[in-house]
Design a protein around this ligand. Sequence first.
Ligand code: UGA
Length: 433
Amino acid sequence: MKISIIGTGYVGLVTGVTLAEIGHEVICIDVDAQKIEKMKQAASPIHEPGLSEMMARNIAVKRLAFTTSHQSGFEDVDVIYIAVGTPENEDGSANLMYVEQAAKDIAENVVDDVTVVMKSTVPVGTNHKVKEQICNAVKGRVKIEIVSNPEFLKEGSAIEDTFLGDRIVIGSDSMEGAMVVAAINEPFGVPIYHTDIKSAEMIKYASNAFLATKISFINEISNICELVGANIENVASGMGMDNRIGSQFLKAGIGYGGSCFPKDTKALIQIAGNVNYEFDLLKGVVNVNKKQQLLLIEKLNQCTDKIEGKRIAVLGLAFKPNTDDMREATSILIVEELIRQRAEVVAFDPIATENAKSILHPLVVYAASVEEAVEGSDAALIVTEWEEIRGINLSVFQKMRRPLIIDGRNCFSLDSMKEYPIEYHSIGRPAVT
Ligand code: UGA
């Protein structure tokens, strides 16, 4: 099948590359000419394990191409995917500016009947509006089908998630559209769930909101564990053995970040609000996350007389390991607060440093290793559980002026910590002093 993808952000690029890998002829369109030129040379603009290799392989056999032109990008295509961003408006609702522009570009440039597939995360009802917008503009010149096909990839394991996903959701109001998208995806070998368009749109938001709820729930339990002397890891393991609960997304920490959970939880609150429904539970989830993100600062304040003038190592900046993505990373809030309290901040991240430099305060100093960051510091805050941090020899922390670790991701076992003269505070577990 010949497929065109509008938008080469995270979702668009991974979708395009993996669809080419299973044999489709794919052309990715983006307005950013510089980015398109780089991608033509198989240089991936995002850090995603396995993506560059897959890009190079499919470009070489001419199954994958890139362009800035909608006109040539839509030539002879059977299907057009919309995979543009839906950023957050100030009130938390989803901004549909790029989706509307994509619909306009489709209407102005398609010459044949086409199935439009919505990959972007859009509020319930958007697919119908987009179809109406395109149909009104093409005035019957061509036939348009629209299919909702939300994505469930995790950054850092996007390729794996595509080929070994739990389900592919196809929301369509016509058998024809559903069958086209099912046929495209069939080679992935992932179970397909067919439903109507609005339910598909809701599945995406509800799934992310549910996962965010699990995280905020376990984070609250971890805070209570600390107060009653229980250990959150034992609690989560015992809970997760119940299949009805499941063991995933029960890792207590310093809250969720990234480009999806923060945005999608707030958007769902808005979607509910638009039909006069107060989503109280989800509001709680968002508030708990806000509180949890500053927990390390609270713990640091409890361990230190004052933060001012102290050299603080911040270990890990990306919103999670295996990505250079800094969007809504908890590190942003932590560093901001440390600087506000006049600390000297030395940060380390294996790959997100370049992205961090354009976001974090200019006073932040960047170290090339964990060792360099912690040397001579008065405390080390662990923000992201990179392997480079989890696997470090603990003796490195003895080079600190005061060996104090406040670990927001429970990277080290309490037993291993007891072997070193290090004060260790983590999440939902007893302190080692
Ligand atoms: C998330 C979802 O997991 C994907 O299914 C979805 O497709 C994607 O959003 C999206 O909507 O595009 P992602 O944001 O890449 O994927 O990352 P996750 O691995 O889900 O982690 C999100 C945040 O939750 C991270 O900050 C992570 O540290 C935190 N988290 C995750 C926890 O604090 N505890 C956990 O147990 C799991």
